[in-house]
Design a protein. Structure first.
Length: 274
């Protein structure tokens, strides 16, 4: 993760659920310029940041460097129209699945025909809360380098970033890294259950599952070897790991299931755009 040496841009964070809250934790730990968090729930924020329950509660003089749109895609339209009235020329960083730059821009202009927003899309994931996020971003051609740098700085402060040149690749990012933590949490859940069924105490099975995934992930992240090579190093011919992998790697097991699962996630992301 890149080190930041100055405060992050000021933000108006619209929506502070699982994803918005995860990013906010990381940003607050790093240091933001004075910002406003728009959230209908009560929460404690350190000074000089301000909590607003509605857009009307946002101080009149406040002009954020970047508006972070972290609401549910199906609830975004009235929010966009209201923002367009207040911040017509904003840089809007959307972390919503599915909703395209064109779609979001049109809805913004529907709220204010004179508005001229710059919409940049990102797909982060919840490890942002501990500074270990992975975010993919896309910017339209008219976005400036400075605007892209502001968005990149925000997401680099909570993990790593990659940029894609085609917007449709955001759906693929959603399926792999955006939703990816849930796949690993499911694996931990299943390994823990399997451990108890093999006779391990519940707390021991829980520790083994979590620490194994954590350690393997850390090794994978730090090693120059690719995942296939690391797998081979663990797998002695005729050993216990090889027996387990025969099951996992059967054509109708993990190879097919992972492909179907990620394809389903990408397909749902496209559906949300409509």
């Amino acid at each position: 993760m890149s080190k930041q040496t100055s405060p992050l841009p000021s933000i108006l964070l619209v929506g502070c659920g699982q994803m918005g809250g995860a990013m906010l934790e990381g940003w607050l730990a790093h240091g933001l310029k004075p910002s406003v968090i728009l959230d209908r729930h009560d929460r404690t924020l350190p000074a000089p940041h301000i909590l607003a329950h509605t857009l009307d509660d946002v101080p009149a003089a406040f002009q954020p460097d970047v508006i972070i749109l972290a609401v549910k895609p199906q609830k975004a339209d009235p929010v966009l129209e209201a923002l367009a009235q207040r911040f017509p020329n904003a840089v809007v960083l959307s972390v919503m699945a599915g909703r395209t730059v064109e779609n979001l821009t049109q809805r913004y202009k529907h709220g204010n025909p004179q508005a001229n927003p710059v919409v940049i899309r990102a797909m982060p994931n919840t490890p942002c809360a501990i500074g270990a996020g992975m975010s993919g971003l896309y910017a339209p051609p008219h976005a400036t380098d400075a605007q892209k740098a502001q968005c990149d700085a925000l997401l680099k402060a909570v993990g790593d970033t990659v940029w894609v040149e085609r917007e449709k690749l955001i759906d693929a990012l959603t399926a792999i890294s955006g939703s990816g933590p849930a796949y690993l949490f499911l694996l931990a859940e299943l390994l823990e259950k399997a451990g108890t069924e093999l006779g391990l105490p519940a707390e021991t099975a829980r520790t083994l599952a979590r620490k194994t995934i954590y350690g393997a992930g850390a090794l994978l992240n730090q090693s120059p070897a690719d995942a296939e090579e690391l797998r081979r190093r663990v797998t002695s011919p005729g050993g216990t790991t090889a027996e387990a992998l025969k099951v996992f790697m059967a054509p109708d097991a993990w190879p097919a299931a992972v492909q179907r699962a990620t394809a389903a996630a990408a397909r749902r992301a496209k559906e949300l755009s409509t």
